[in-house]
Ligand binder design. Sequence first.
Ligand SMILES: [Zn+2]
Length: 166
Amino acid sequence: MERYLKSRLGSRSFEGVDAKRSKTMSKIRGKGNKTTELALRMAFVRAGFTGWTLHTTTLPGKPDFYFDRARLAVFVDGCFWHGCPKCGHTPKTRSEFWRAKFERNQFRDRRATRNLRSAGIRVIRIWEHELRSPQSVQAKIRLISSALIPGALRHSSRKKNHAADA
Ligand SMILES: [Zn+2]
């Protein structure tokens, strides 16, 4: 799948995209942009969360936030780059190129989620647009908060228990 997408994208990734646009795109590329990430960070601080690290490069998909003790990874996915079904759109020019790029990002996201989960790490993915209103930020904080409580942790090690039973 990835090889296929790569062949469609080729190595001349930004051919046909003008320099200014390319620069703008590169600023917002990757996962959620800086503003949304900062909003979430501040909400974490207000909620009293501790023990998280930013951009853990040693884990699959480089989670934006990783709660080590809780073994919980949180991603903020930019709506444009990750092809959000609600607000993502494919640019009209070179749409084939962009579609392939979004597909590849989504493929990588799914693979990272799968790899993390099989390593016993829970994953919460948040769309950039879900951080636009204080209400939806609060909803995400509640979700993360419940994932951080010890009971939820035990639930996540289900797989391990099954292995022990067998
Ligand atoms: Zn969106």
